[in-house]
Design a protein. Sequence first.
Length: 474
Amino acid sequence: MSSGSVSSRSLFQRHRGKVLTSVGIVATLFTAGSVCMYLVKRWLYKQQLKITEQHFIREQIRRRFTQTQEDSLYALYELIPVFAMVLAKKLDLEELVIALRDKKLSKTGSQKARIGDNDVLSSGISTSVTEVDTSTANVANKSEGKTQKTKAELWNELKTKSLIKMVTISYTISALLLLTRLQLNILTRREYLETAIRVAVEKESSLSDGKSVVSWIWGLWKGDDTKSAVSEAIEDSKAKPTPVSKNSYINEQAFLSLSWWLLNRGWQDFEAIVEENVEKQFGQLNPRDTLSITEFSEKLTEVFRDTNKQLFPDATNEQNGTGRLQTILLPRPDLEDFVLKQTLDPEAFNILNEDKTVFGQLILETAKCLESTVSSIVLETLVNESFQYIMEQVETNVSKKKNKQKTAKESDCVEDSDAKYQMAVFTISCKDCCNEILKSGVVSMDNEFLARLDSVVILDDLSASVYSNFGFQD
């Protein structure tokens, strides 16, 4: 054996411990590094999964928020016909229009009768049939106990009622939209809060047995299929419907039914205030008096301004309108049972009386929202938008009606901006505007007035704050 191989073997034998130690260290470091890299990758994967869950949850919340606002508009379309029926009992304009039409027809008939009488006198034909018909009609009117109003009285009544109805509608529907938005957003947020608590409790209970470091490392080590893990996480994050007891359901339905108060009682407070201000601005005008569109707009502006002063808080008196608005939109506590008896069947009413905890919480939260200055600002903004819509409609209607009466020559002589119209023309235009505002149809949903109010930005801002902010809750 050569001396070189012997020296190499002896060198290896001398340093064999060091070589084996170095190899072991390298192998250990490599293995540890691989394990650490794998654990880091698993940790990053789980963080990515959490981000995916959060994005999905936020998207679900956003979609549900959008759907809630659409549901509010649908609800308004459902309630408008109910409000129109209630208004017809006290502010029926069509009855006055028919009475004026009958006056016109009777006047035309009497003129024809006079012409006929002159012909009869010359020919000797009897007029007994006409006389009998007239006397019979007079007797019928007296038997019905109806006092015959003059044409001027009918026009004045139509003028006043059309203005009162138009302004009252704008305030009531604006308030109804605000109330509906608050109610539905409060309910939807409550549902999401209950769902979030339920999911958190379920996750906490599932992780209660895995608090040790070994369990944490094992959770990172086990390799679930990525696709199945992501889908499972998304399924966990979905807003699963929480089982609702019959009592809770009835509590929520009772809460939503409180809009009955505004539609049947609360709007009369609006009407009383509006009537006073309409009489102040338009009471001295006769149907034949003429106004320009600018003059009419200024008078109507004063009506809205004076009404706002009586309803909404101002800088000098912060409590001027908040309490009054709350009593208009919601019944007093002593009247809640009266409202619920009008809207719930006896069985549901009895179940509600067994436990009104949820109902009380919802009422309290809604009252706090209505007491806030933000809600007053939103309602005032909606009313201002209503005024803009009314003036656009009145101006369009007045121009159309006047153009039908004008000849081409008169149209050339008078500029539209300086044109003056009889108050009777404004009256009919206001009546037509009321019909446009109260136009309903859930399928078509073509009410321009409701669409404009629903698109007010500050209303969406308030809805978003109620939907996502828990500051109103105790």
